[in-house]
Write a protein that binds this ligand. Structure first.
Ligand code: ZN
Length: 134
C-alpha cells in the first residue's frame, strides 16, 4: 500500500455552526460548502488547509456513527484520512494481513471519494480512513 498524503482530518462537531465559528471565524479557514452524506447520516464540510483539508462532521441522526461518537467521547478529533493510490489493493493487502476493517469493501464518501475505514483497535486507537479520489 502506498499512502500519498494526509487527505483530511475529520472533526466531529456538535453543531456545524459552532465549529465553523472556530475554524472559519477564529482561525480564518475557508469553508468550501456543505454536503449531506445520507448513507453516513452526516452533514460534512471541508476546509482546505494547504494541500490537505479539515472535515467537519455533524450528525443528522443521533443513532448515526457521528452521533454515537459524540455521545461517547464528545466533539473533537474523530479520524485521520490517508489518500492511497489504489484503495482496492490496499484493502486486499490489509485483509491478507488479518487486519480488522470496518469496511471490507469501499463505500462512497463526500466529494466523490471512495473510502474505507480500518478498525481503531487495529491502528493504535486512531480511526483511520483510507480514501481514493478520481
Ligand atoms: Zn473523512
Amino acid at each position: 500500500m502506498r499512502i500519498l498524503k494526509i487527505d483530511h482530518v475529520g472533526i466531529a462537531a456538535e453543531s456545524m455552526e459552532g465549529s465553523l465559528a472556530v475554524f472559519e471565524g477564529l482561525l480564518g479557514l475557508d469553508c468550501a460548502g456543505t454536503e449531506t452524506v445520507a448513507e453516513q447520516k452526516v452533514r460534512t464540510t471541508f476546509l482546505p488547509v494547504g494541500d490537505s483539508e479539515l472535515e467537519l462532521l455533524e450528525t443528522t441522526d443521533p443513532e448515526g456513527p457521528i452521533g454515537k461518537f459524540i455521545a461517547a467521547k464528545g466533539q473533537g478529533f474523530q479520524h485521520i484520512a490517508f489518500r492511497v493510490e489504489d484503495l482496492d489493493g490496499a484493502l486486499a493487502e490489509l485483509k491478507a494481513k488479518g487486519v480488522r476493517l470496518i469496511d471490507e469493501v469501499p463505500r462512497k464518501g463526500a466529494g466523490g471519494a471512495r473510502i474505507a475505514f480500518i478498525h481503531p483497535k487495529a491502528t493504535a486507537g486512531v480511526l483511520v480512513e483510507l480514501c481514493e479520489r478520481p
